[in-house]
Design a protein around this ligand. Structure first.
Ligand SMILES: *Cc1c(COP(=O)(O)O)cnc(C)c1O
Length: 406
């Protein structure tokens, strides 16, 4: 007989190692990888009962798989959510959360500062299906109030936002949304469940790209959607079951093992990011630094009320625009140039020419992204080595500028 499990509440670090685990008849220590597309039945009657829903039995890995179930159980336990479903990518999670809930004639209100593909779904895809959409400046409560003075069905927001680390007041927006009849979907990728729990502020659904901090080691893509058991089972699950954004059991297994160290990796990356932000703010080449827990962040108090640390990303503007950014990034010797984030390796991005190229100059200006903006995802290297690399690259970019002026 299996040993009894503690029925007292467990802490996040413990849930990340133990949450959701189901052992097979072989009593393995680690989570098993069930790399199988289908499942077999003892009898035709068992197959019938399974499809009728009177017997619980795995059927097909598009609907559910034991390795994926373990991952879903672990994430739900950490988030404090009733239910979770995982998907092949973060975008599949956002798409499934939105399209499973919405229908023609509905209305969506979203913060403008969204991940590029989330912005495309709201601005371009939803209107094709007759869903009205409106963007607001996420930091401006008056705009939320105006947009939610009319009935709405769904609110989508991201906080802190990519790449300008703008904070949305979760409780205030959730209250306004609920009065307008909308559910609130929060993209919590930048904060991770260790730093911010949107459900505690009234959000209905939380979505993640597991590609970022959950795997955190640059190996696999994945997404997760969390909400009430009723919404997940009645609204989300039929959509996933029949449209097939399901995650591979192999990728789910990689993320399961990645999660075991999330509580070690994320706080370490946050400490380094805070130190990097302070170091950058001292440099004459840097026009401004954005980091949610710094006193000069315009929403520091709100960030501190919603989050337990400032996050793993630092955004800053270099004097000298695109040329200065390119000189700086090309001079980096340790930190890689990449559009990914939340990785154990520190990564630098120039949003204006990569992740936010397609949104256009006008929208970039509205979001506060300049040609001098650099987004830095701070990794797990020794912070002194990260700071040394940034310092020598700033020096090199500065010397390059002086040479160009001669
Ligand atoms: C990466 C990311 C996504 C999309 O996730 P994928 O796994 O790349 O599909 C969505 N939202 C945010 C904030 C992200 O950083």
């Amino acid at each position: 007989m299996a040993k009894p499990r503690p029925n007292r509440p467990l802490r996040p670090a413990t849930l990340l190692v133990r949450g959701g685990q189901m052992r097979s008849g072989f009593d393995e220590t680690a989570e098993a990888l069930f790399l199988t597309s289908g499942f077999v039945y003892d009898s035709a009657a068992q197959a019938e009962a399974t499809f009728a829903g009177t017997e619980q039995h795995y059927q097909y890995s598009r609907f559910g798989n034991p390795t994926v179930s373990m991952l879903e159980g672990r994430i739900a336990a950490l988030e404090g959510a009733e239910a979770c479903r995982c998907t092949a990518t973060g975008m599949a999670a956002v798409h499934a959360a939105l399209l499973s809930h919405l229908k023609t004639g509905d209305r969506v209100v979203a913060s403008r500062a969204l991940f590029g593909s989330c912005h495309w779904i709201v601005s371009t895809l939803l209107p094709r299906y007759g869903i009205a959409t409106e963007f607001v400046d996420g930091a401006d409560l008056a705009q939320w109030e105006a947009a939610l003075s009319k009935p709405a069905n769904l609110v989508l927001l991201e906080t802190p936002s990519n790449p300008m680390l703008e904070i949305v007041d979760l409780r205030a927006v959730c209250d306004l949304a609920h009065r307008a009849g909308a559910i609130v979907v929060v993209d919590n990728v930048f904060a991770t469940p260790l730093l911010q729990r949107p459900l505690q502020f009234g959000a209905d659904v939380v979505v993640y790209s597991m590609t970022k901090h959950f795997d955190g080691q640059g190996r696999v893509l994945g997404g997760a959607v969390l909400g009430s058991r009723k919404w997940v089972e009645d609204t989300l699950q039929p959509f996933i079951r029949n449209t097939g954004p399901s995650i591979s059991p192999f990728n789910a297994w990689v993320v399961l093992k990645g999660l075991e160290t999330l509580h070690l990796r994320v706080p370490a990356m946050c400490r380094s990011a805070a130190a990097v932000a302070d170091m950058l703010a001292e440099r004459a080449e840097v026009a401004r630094v954005l980091y949610p827990f710094r006193a000069d962040h315009p929403q520091q108090r709100l960030a501190m009320a919603q989050m337990s640390a400032g996050g793993t990303l630092v955004t800053f503007d270099l004097k000298g625009g695109k040329e200065a950014c390119f000189r700086f990034m090309d001079a980096l010797q340790l930190i890689d140039i990449s559009n990914n984030l939340g990785d154990s390796k520190s990564l630098a991005t120039h949003p204006a020419t990569t992740t936010h190229m397609r949104v256009g100059a006008e929208e970039r200006a509205r979001l506060g992204i300049t040609d001098g903006t650099v987004r830095l995802s701070v990794g797990l290297e020794d912070v002194a080595d990260i700071i040394d690399d940034l310092s020598q690259a700033l020096d090199a970019a500065h010397a390059g500028a002086a040479r160009a002026a001669d």
